[in-house]
Write a protein that binds this ligand. Structure first.
Ligand SMILES: Cc1cc2nc3c(=O)[nH]c(=O)nc-3n(C[C@H](O)[C@H](O)[C@H](O)COP(=O)(O)OP(=O)(O)OC[C@H]3O[C@@H](n4cnc5c(N)ncnc54)[C@H](O)[C@@H]3O)c2cc1C
Length: 591
């Protein structure tokens, strides 16, 4: 089963869910038109479907091999990577001054979804390179930028992001990798990093590691972390890769999914220390890394969307073919395709609705990043930055949670065949699982939402967003269209629940942090079912207004509102009342 980019759904989510249409109309992106955007998406869809998607199985079955410190990727991966780079996809949203195409992040977000739908193990590599480009561009010295940026932008060299150590996972401040000053802006890096994605591979002739380490006189915790650029090969005077640096891959992990992506243990300093160059200021590494991580978090959310989309396409195709049972009035000699059964329809609609809601949340986050970067007014840039900060944990955690849920439903729709590797449904389920863990676990995302994002500007950032959701609810109610069923009522209840719970959270975060933290994950879900419902309704309203394919968009928005936004009221109770149960957990867990 191959992958077809869902261009109509993507385009609709971009234009009317993430408000790309009005941005293009106001000339926010200069001369760029929707025709241009759609041409890019069509080409990306072709690349994803024809070049990358066929790698997905071979990457899973053969994975990567590790011998004498070298990693070999699965057959065909190198050629596909080079074709992808040649197409200019790596630098799609990178600055033109370094050879990128300078297209909006929101367009890159749609493409990121496609690369990951085609193969998540493939997509995760460039995702980290793009994060590295952002960090270097924002915080690196001119000299470092001149030496490394262009090659990273073309994809000729890849980037890694190295935070994790055995004792420092979610708690990044516990890291111990050391950096000693060696004069002339050079540092010697020693230590060990684990779980490093594409830490070693055969796709390119250099790998540029972005490594968090601690100076000897650094303060403890995250305030004492610095970011270093550590190339696998040091550069000759002409900029070409020269002597091997003192860094190597020690081993590659065997894991549940994304077998095509090498996950490496890295050793720095076997011979006195790897040569590293500081990115930004000493002890300010977390700020630099956050530039990298915020984009990467959105990109991981898009991995969830991509896998969900592919699982949905595959399940619908299977459900049309597979025949079991009968539907009313069918002759006894015939069997119905399982797609005719209401319970299978329910699963498929759930898959479609969750995917489109998560997609739109991710695109809206990317659009906020564009406005934060490109708005001419300072106040507009700040407001957009705050919006992107608010939505990033939602985009990452909700999308990757539903990635797993949708891939699991994909297995279910296939019945026993879903559990057999041949169909590929099982691979999607295995691949999807990691996205809820890396780039900050989803638990950490929920904590970030509640403790850092809700209090932004004294709660004004989230209140502004809530008032926008309320406008959507009013517009739904104003249509009085019976095809929308209970949507208006359910969305109104959901936004009311979200508003009350947000205000409760804002008080608890200061007064009773444990209760706020215990309710953080269900709160993130409550936020997503309310916001996702409104974003789908917004697309349904646009379809009605334009008289364009309104039937399916209304049905999908209605399904989400009546089946998912309706959970908001129960989630509110879980958070406000049920969290107390978690506080009492010690007695239970001690048994
Ligand atoms: C395939 C793969 C690829 C990866 N790629 C990279 C990479 O390229 N670069 C890199 O640096 N790292 C990478 N990682 C590491 C990844 O980011 C970490 O695994 C992740 O951050 C979680 O850290 P941990 O595994 O130590 O889990 P832990 O931090 O031990 O967490 C275990 C559980 O405890 C919870 N928890 C921990 N602390 C708290 C808290 N304060 N409050 C509430 N709950 C908490 C977590 O949510 C989680 O459920 C990768 C991991 C894998 C498996």
């Amino acid at each position: 089963m191959t992958y077809h980019a869902p261009l109509a759904d993507m385009s609709f989510a971009l234009k009317y869910g993430a408000a790309l249409a009005p941005a293009l109309e106001e000339g926010f992106f200069g001369d760029l038109t929707m025709d241009d955007v759609e041409a890019v998406l069509t080409e990306a869809g072709r690349m994803a479907g024809e070049v990358i998607a066929p790698l997905n199985r071979v990457g899973d079955r053969i994975g990567t091999t590790f011998k004498d410190g070298a990693v070999t990727t699965a057959p065909g991966w190198k050629e596909a990577y080079h074709a992808w780079c040649k197409g200019g996809w790596n630098g799609l949203a990178s600055p033109t001054e370094w050879g990128g195409q300078g297209l909006p992040q929101v367009v890159n977000a749609a493409c990121t979804e496609m690369w990951n739908a085609a193969s998540m193990a493939f997509g995760v590599g460039p995702m980290l390179t793009m994060g590295a480009i952002d960090a270097l561009n924002a915080h690196g010295s001119d000299k470092l930028k001149r030496a490394y940026l262009e090659k990273l932008v073309t994809g000729e060299w890849t980037g890694t992001m190295q935070l994790t150590e055995p004792q420092a996972g979610s708690d990044v401040g516990a890291l111990r990798t050391r950096a000693e000053r060696a004069g002339d802006g050079i540092y010697r890096i020693t230590g060990q990093k684990i779980f490093i994605t594409y830490g070693e591979h055969d796709l390119t002739d250099n790998i540029i590691h972005f490594v968090l380490a601690r100076l000897p006189d650094a303060p403890p915790g995250t305030r004492g972390i610095s970011l270093f650029l550590v190339p696998k090969f040091l550069l000759n005077a002409d900029g070409s890769p020269g002597a091997r640096n003192d860094v190597r891959a020690h081993s590659v992990e065997h894991k549940l999914g994304i077998h095509g992506s090498p996950t490496c243990t890295m050793i720095f300093g076997d011979n006195g220390g790897a040569t590293g160059f500081i990115v930004g200021q000493e002890n300010a590494g977390m700020a630099s890394m956050f530039t990298m991580m915020n984009r990467a978090r959105l990109a991981v959310g898009l991995q969830g969307v991509g896998v969900a989309e592919r699982a949905t396409q595959q399940a619908i195709a299977y459900a049309r073919e597979r025949r079991q049972g009968r539907i009313p009035d069918m002759p006894a000699t015939q069997m119905a395709p399982i797609i005719a059964h209401p319970d299978v329809k329910r699963m498929l609609m759930t898959m479609r609705a969750l995917t489109q809601a998560a997609r739109t949340i991710c695109y809206a986050t990317a659009m906020a990043l564009d406005r934060a970067e490109r708005s001419t007014e300072k106040a507009a840039r700040q407001a957009a930055h705050a919006r992107a900060s608010l939505l990033t944990p939602l985009a990452k955690a909700f999308s990757t949670d539903i990635g797993i849920e949708v891939a699991s439903l994909g297995v279910q729709v296939h019945g026993g065949m879903g559990y057999i590797e041949e169909t590929g449904a099982a691979q999607l389920f295995r691949d999807a699982r990691i996205a809820a863990i890396y780039e900050g676990t989803n638990g950490i995302q929920a904590i970030d939402l509640v403790t850092r994002k809700l209090p932004l500007a004294g709660g004004a950032v989230v209140e502004t967003y809530l008032s926008e959701l309320r406008h959507v609810v009013d517009a739904v109610n104003a249509t009085n269209d019976p095809a929308l069923g209970w949507s208006g009522v359910r969305l109104e209840e959901a936004v009311d629940s979200l508003t009350r719970t947000t205000r409760w959270m804002l008080v608890q975060v200061d007064k009773n942090a444990d209760e706020a933290l215990a309710g953080a994950t269900p709160y993130l879900r409550l936020f997503a079912v309310a916001a996702g419902g409104c974003l789908l309704a917004q697309q349904a309203l646009a379809a009605l207004r334009l008289n364009a394919d309104a039937g399916p968009r209304i049905a999908l928005a209605r399904f989400f509102a009546e089946n998912f936004s309706v959970h908001a009221a129960a989630l509110e109770r879980t958070i406000v009342e049920g969290a107390l149960g978690v506080i009492g957990a010690d007695a239970v867990l001690a048994q």
